[in-house]
Every structure is written in C-alpha cells, then in structure tokens.
Design a binder for this molecule. Structure first.
Ligand code: SF4
Length: 404
C-alpha cells in the first residue's frame, strides 16, 4: 500500500460520514425540532440559547447554514473563542512600536489587520506599520520565525497569540533549544475554560433573553485540555456541555444531545468528538505547557480581566521573554479599560448578547477588507464569518419569513 494511503481514505470516509450524509442531517434536524419542543416545556420557556464557544464552530454553523435547520426559538450564539479578537489592543500597540524601532515582528496573517484603539506614531495596525517602514513579517508558525531569525540575525519578536492548541508549539520551541538569542517570544496565549466561566458569570448576572441553557465546547482545544476542563461549567452553571467536532453533523449531534440532557434534567459534560478528544486530554502537551508557562490573570479585549486565563513564560526562560527583554508592561487589572473602538459591539457579540447584524457598522464601516472592530479580522471572528458566509444575511431573513 502506498504510504499515507490509509490516512487519505480515512479523511474521505470521515468527510462522507460527517459532511456528505444529507439524509442523516435531515433526521437529526427532525430530532432537534422534537426535542426542542419537549425541552421548552420542561424549562417553561418559549426560547433558549445554546452557546458555541469557538469561532470554528461558528464557521461550521454559518458556512453550512445550520441556523436555518433550527426550530424557531432555538438560538445558536457565538462565544469568545477567537484568539485574535480577544488580544488586547495594548499589546498590538507594543508590537507596532517595536516594528517601527526596527525590531522584526513575526505575526500570523490575521493579526496583521487588527486595529488598535490608540495610534502609535500615526499608525493603528501592523499592516500600516509595515507600510510606514516597520519591520513586520507574516509567518504561518513559530518554526518559520525561528528559521528566518536564525538566518538574518536581526533582533526579533514572535507574537505568540492563540489558545491551548497553539501553546504546545510555543512550549516545544522554547524547550527545543532552537530559539536563537536574537528571537524573543511575546506570549499572549490564553486559556479558554476561565473565559467560559467568566462569560457564564456575566450571562448569569444579567441574563440575556432567552437564557443560555447549553454549551458546545471547542473540540480542538479539548484535544489538549481533555473534556474534564469543562466539568466546572456543567457543575457550577447546571448546563449540559458537549465537546463537539467541526463537521456539520458533529454540531447537529451536539445540539441534539444538549436538548436530550435538558429534557432529562441532566447537566453533564459529554464528548461527541470521540475521534479526537479524551476525558484527560494530551498529558504530554499539558506537561510541556506547565513546564514553560505560568498562568496569570489576563485581559481579554473588550470583555474584561479573567483570573488565571493567560500564559506567560516562567522566569527560567526570561532570556527568551519579550515582556522582560523589551520592557513591555503587562496590563494591570486596575488599568483595564474597554479597548474596542467606539461603537463596535464586539464585546457583546463574543458574549452571545448581540449578533453581528445588530451592529450598525456591520458590512458598512466594518468589512473583512477594511475591518474596524476586532471580530471582523480573523477567519474565526464571528463578524468576519457572518460577513464572508452570509450569517444573518438575506437567506436567513427569507427563511425566517417562511417560518423555517
Ligand atoms: Fe465590531 Fe465590526 Fe463586528 Fe461591528 S461589525 S461589532 S464594528 S467587529
């Protein structure tokens, strides 16, 4: 057998099973309709919300039109699961400053257009900084940054943005001894469970109408953390949590399971994404993250300061730490200010309290080509997903009018 042939066939089989089975999708949609009717009787509510924490789930929901399959009154709302959207403006301003001072800044493409709320020497994004002569280089991963900085010997910094899925690669780079002395890591990586707790706290203090009664937890993050990371959400907030894969049928199955639990008055963590996620997660990756990083209270753009939600390099790796080597100051909780641009409703969008279409700037002043707010920048940003694939657009309006 040709090397790799098994992998290719497996991927095709997975696609056929989870994407190509229209009949199964229709049956699942019927199950969701039936269960939703029972669930609202159990809860005594006309409508309920299910939060999909992760930007990639939002992509699946919008791209495959899953909202149009939902019964009237069952709302799927996005959560704060886009790392670029929640990276504080201040740290991008710091990166702009470094690039204009001639220090090479390595960044992912989706961070390039992220706008800051304060100007740095007349500049409000890394893209503009580059146009003004700043040294900004786009990379796909930290290994590219290591290779490039080794070759040119320039002082450089890598913007380490991401969630638990990105952190093991940063930890591995640090531990491998391959980082050259001229390259520093600005660790802006974040942990998702604390954000979920905080989002649920906020939503509980001021419940939206309708309330969030279930959570679709991120599948890729859970490959690292394990499904156990979400147990406190189910226990403390009495809501079912389902760790879901990213194919349309994964999401439909997860919604059906959340409704089943509501009907039987359960609030448990279930793994739908069993082909990739275990209860305990990737223990080796967890150990690597723990060895390299300490957890700190961290700022989430527009939303607030979450306890123990950020990863910073431990003191033993201080010589690689851009915070320490370039004198970058951490945001202190008492200094935190809402850092979304005026009028941008990104914070509400990331907490499931508003839809992108509720923002008057959506697809007017704020577009994927010229993003105004942070949720319009990354492919995982809810506003960008809706803008690119039509969530809340004409198709949804027609479906609503037809009562679908
Ligand atoms: Fe913010 Fe733009 Fe989304 Fe409005 S459309 S909430 S300005 S990102």
């Amino acid at each position: 057998m040709r090397p790799g042939a098994t992998d290719v066939r497996t991927i095709e089989e997975l696609e056929k099973t989870f994407r190509g089975s229209e009949e199964l999708a229709r049956r699942l949609a019927r199950v969701i309709h039936e269960r939703f009717n029972q669930a609202r009787k159990v809860l005594g509510l006309d409508s309920i919300k299910i939060m999909n924490f992760c930007g990639t789930h939002e992509w699946t929901i919008v791209h495959f039109g899953l909202r149009s399959l939902m019964p009237k009154g069952l709302e799927l709302v996005a959560g704060p699961g886009c790392p670029v959207c929640v990276t504080p403006s201040k740290y991008i301003e710091d990166a702009i400053r470094l690039s204009l001072d001639g220090i090479r800044v390595y960044t992912y493409g989706d961070t390039y257009k992220l706008r800051t709320i304060n100007e740095v020497r007349g500049v409000t994004s890394l893209e503009e900084a580059k146009a003004m002569g700043g040294d900004v280089k786009l990379v796909l991963n930290i290994l590219e940054a290591i290779k490039d900085s080794r070759n040119n010997g320039k002082e450089a910094v890598f913007l380490g943005i991401g969630f638990e899925t990105a952190a093991p690669a940063y930890a591995q780079a640090v531990l491998s001894g391959k980082m050259p002395d001229n390259l520093k890591l600005l660790s802006l990586a974040k942990l998702t469970p604390p954000a979920m707790f905080y989002a649920m706290d906020i939503l509980r203090e001021k419940p939206p109408e309708p309330p969030v009664m279930g959570v679709i937890a991120p599948g890729h993050v859970s490959t690292i953390t394990g499904a156990k990371a979400w147990e406190p959400v189910a226990e403390n907030y009495s809501v079912p949590v389902v760790v879901s894969g990213f194919e349309p049928l994964d999401v439909l199955l997860s919604i059906a399971e959340i409704l089943r639990q509501i009907i039987s008055r359960e609030a448990k963590v279930k793994i739908e994404y069993t082909r990739a996620v275990t209860w305990s997660g990737d223990l080796k990756a967890q150990a690597m993250i723990h060895k390299v990083f300490e957890t700190v209270d961290d700022a989430w753009r527009g939303i607030g300061f979450f306890p123990l939600s950020g990863l910073r390099l431990r003191d033993s790796f201080a010589r690689m730490d851009a915070f320490k080597q370039f004198g970058i100051k951490e945001i202190r909780p008492e200094e935190w200010r809402k850092d979304t641009p005026p009028g941008c409703r990104c914070a509400e969008v990331t907490l499931g309290k508003a839809k992108p279409t509720d923002c008057p700037m959506f697809l007017k002043k704020c577009t994927p080509e010229k993003p105004y707010g942070p949720c319009m920048v990354s492919l995982e940003g809810t506003c960008a997903v809706w803008a690119r694939f039509g969530g809340g657009g004409v198709a949804d309006e027609i479906a609503r009018e037809l009562g679908l």
